[in-house]
Design a protein around this ligand. Sequence first.
Ligand code: GTQ
Length: 342
Amino acid sequence: MAVASRANSDYGRFMDEINGMSLFPLWERVGGLKPGTKCVPAHWSYDTVRPHLMRAADLVTKKEASRRVLCLENPSLRGTTFICDSLFAGLQIILPGEVAPSHRHTPSALRFIIEGEGAYTAVAGEKLPMKPGDFVVTPAWAWHDHGNLGTTPVVWLDGLDTPFARFFGAAFYEPYPQDTQPLDRPEGESMAVYGMNLIPDEFVSDGHSTPVLIYPYERTRAALDSMAKAGKPHPAHGFRLRYANPANGKHPFPTMAVSIQRLPAGFDGKTYRSTGSAVFAVHKGSGTAQVGEETFKIAAHDVFVAPPWSPYSFRADSELELFSYSDRAGQEALGYWREQVE
Ligand code: GTQ
């Protein structure tokens, strides 16, 4: 109908007139609904990025930078700071003696510790010492500052759901009046009180973020060890565990699901895809990630991203462990989540 009338000058005048009124006819839209975005598969080798993190540490003081972070920007999203449409990823470096001043924001944040010991994050009044492989939670709107009390640089991966907050026009930010917030909760409290399959009677969940603020790698590894002894690996994911919010069994964040998976040496996984955008950080081992049309050789501390509905699979040369976060929690809450194994 539209096609037949296109040559008609009445139609041309109609189009011109409605265009001037901020109106657009749906029947003229090209594209329409289909899964996936313009986000492309991308991979950052830690060996390549690390020297530039060290240079950044030389060139820019923590005072100048507040957070000394190199954003991993998707090649199709340059200028946004985002690794995919729904997630932020950055590598943050903090030198011995430095403090990253306290602030808070509506986006939720996670840290996955890459290298170095002696750094901590203070979150909501609790100091959380961090070691490689630990996963640390910063709930939305919680005060947080970081420090390095050790003798070597410490690097971690920051994962945030900033694009969600931006999308909804709800990206608030506030600096704390001092560099550090008061530590009014005992060290280790969130894990000791909420991380033992026990919940205080009076605890009322906000229904969003987990009350456990740190998931130490020591415990994660023990869980993976037991899982690997007890059963067979999933054909695509190997031995995979998701970090759970103990208050409701769901995800640690309202938007982000977070997982760790172990692929035994020689694992040659099936192809998998989901509507989720997922960011992976190699905790240890080496192998290959096939993501869409791309083949990435992956090694310890590399980061890569799998776009939504893009098929991916893994091969492990040595025992591989992959930490990952995705927008799955948000998609499940909204009813969009779908997945497919080969
Ligand atoms: O450490 O608080 O990579 O607020 C981006 C935003 C890190 C942080 C980032 C942040 C932080």
